[in-house]
Design a protein around this ligand. Structure first.
Ligand SMILES: [Zn+2]
Length: 492
């Protein structure tokens, strides 16, 4: 059986196979590192993770490239406002991004490519486009792609672009949604902006040229799959195709996978609506990284996913069920032999699980037979009908499930600890759920006790101990205030 995955380019389910029969060459658009990524971004990275893990599970190696956009309008604007170089500005957000990916158990792509480390190759591509008549330089020194030079423009997004204004240009990284315009390949330097001195002038690359350049650099002129969020179909991916195919005259990516947006409580997620969440926000509210992972992958990538806190509670319970069941199997003692009915159940669950994922990565349908198997096996366990051979067969099914879902092992303490450390460093302890602090051993009672001990120590002129307690509490975001009315404390 082969994975059939929806292809935005052809508008149908197509078989996904590595054309070189060795490794599936895939490119997935990475983050622009100007802020913390939100759960909508992570839904995309997680669904791509499901794809690469499933390919590996079924015997296909992957060569997966992800870009890091470390120069763009927003980065320059924010770095200037913060009074630091763009390198300094992006470094901390890039580190945070990878820490978040690790918390969510997203596998690292084989190749991570930074835009700022590929400037000469981008310049080369602009030169090739100019030689092909598909790029021109404007009066201010910026370079633009000539849309009129690529009649196939619109083939990915299926947009009717006949009303396209010839020669109209757009030079910002933030686009109006539906307008097709000659887009910037290279932006001439404005005073004070980060720029590179190159053969096509002083300036910096546009966003689209980065992905075309780095995809072809690591995967060749024509490769198997390009992935990203659905918001990138137009214009970003359309532009990548135009830039690449105008030079190579080959199909840039054969297969395009796009992950649908998520809603939060049925509404579009936005800062102004107050329903905007980063991974860190959720960890500080006390949700576990594994539950967030499971919730974000359990709805298939092409379906709209409605994120709710109830959904996270459901995912937490599902993970508990998985872990408790596995523990029951690994710690129990079973007589030798097999129970034919259970062998059959295990085989059926495995087949249905693989069939669901082969069918356009239907993660919801893939989950169901696993939980059915757990129910059946739990009943057999209760009746002492499960034998050692069944345990092995069922553990093998769980392993295959976890090769993709990866939530069975309890590794949740570390992401939570990281989030708390981050909250302390960045003055966000007030956002931490009281239950979480209590779980970390910092109940109000515990603080009261420490504060009382400190008062006692001071009274006994044991100032070393008193200071030690004050520092310990400060590290955990608790400030002690001495006043003439006594000692008060508060959480930062
Ligand atoms: Zn991209």
């Amino acid at each position: 059986m082969t994975l059939r995955l929806f292809n935005t380019l052809t508008g149908q389910l197509d078989e996904l196979l590595p054309s070189d029969r060795e490794a599936l060459r895939m490119y997935a658009c990475g983050p622009t590192v100007y802020d913390y990524s939100h759960i909508g971004n992570f839904r995309t990275f997680l669904q791509v993770d499901v794809l690469r893990r499933f390919l590996k599970l079924t015997g296909t190696q992957v060569r997966h490239v992800m870009n890091i956009t470390d120069v763009d309008d927003k980065i320059i604007r924010n770095a200037t406002a913060a009074g630091v170089s763009i390198g300094t500005y992006t470094a901390s957000f890039e580190a945070a991004f990878f820490e978040d990916l690790e918390s969510l158990r997203v596998e690292r792509p084989e190749i991570i490519a930074h835009a700022t480390e590929h400037i000469p190759k981008m310049v080369e591509l602009v030169q090739k486009l100019a030689a092909a008549g598909a790029a021109y330089q404007a009066e201010d020194g910026s370079w633009y792609f000539r849309l009129a030079a690529f009649p196939e423009y619109g083939k990915l997004s299926k947009k009717d672009l006949s009303g396209m204004e010839d020669g109209a240009r757009v030079d910002v990284d933030e686009y109006e949604k539906d307008s097709a315009r000659d887009f910037a390949l290279w932006k001439a330097a404005k005073p004070g902006e980060t720029s590179w001195d190159t053969a096509i002038g002083r300036g910096r690359p546009g966003w689209h040229i980065e992905c075309s350049t780095m995809a072809m650099e690591y995967l060749g002129e024509s490769f198997d799959l390009h992935a990203g969020g659905e918001d990138l179909i137009f214009p970003h991916h359309e532009n990548e195709i135009a830039q690449s195919e105008s030079v190579t005259h080959k199909t840039f990516a054969r297969h395009w996978m796009h992950v649908r947006f998520l809603l939060v409580d049925g509404r579009k997620m936005s800062k102004s609506e107050g329903n905007f969440y980063t991974l860190r926000d959720l960890l500080l509210k006390g949700y576990k990284a594994s539950a967030i992972r499971l919730a974000l992958i359990s709805v298939p990538y092409r379906h709209q996913f409605n994120f709710t806190f109830d959904g996270l509670v459901e995912a937490t319970a599902a993970i508990e069920r998985l872990r408790t069941f596995k523990q029951r199997l690994t710690e129990g003692r079973f007589s030798q032999g097999e129970n034919p009915a259970l062998q059959e159940s295990a085989k059926k669950a495995q087949a249905e699980y693989l069939a669901a994922l082969n069918n356009d990565l239907n993660t919801a349908e893939a989950r169901a037979p696993i939980f059915d198997l757990i129910r059946t096996a739990n009943t057999a366990l209760d009746q002492a009908q499960l034998k050692a051979g069944d345990r092995d067969a069922i553990l093998a099914v769980l392993a295959s499930f976890d090769a993709v879902f990866d939530v069975m092992e309890d590794r949740d303490a570390e992401p939570t600890r990281h989030a708390l450390e981050w909250a302390e460093k960045s003055g966000r302890m007030a956002e931490v759920a009281p239950e979480l602090l209590a779980r970390q051993g910092l109940t109000d009672e515990a603080i009261d006790a420490l504060v009382a001990e400190r008062t006692q120590a001071k009274r006994q002129r044991n100032f070393a101990r008193a200071d030690q307690i004050r520092n310990e509490l400060a590290e955990k975001g608790v400030v002690i205030e001495d006043s003439k009315d006594g000692v008060r404390w508060k959480r930062k």
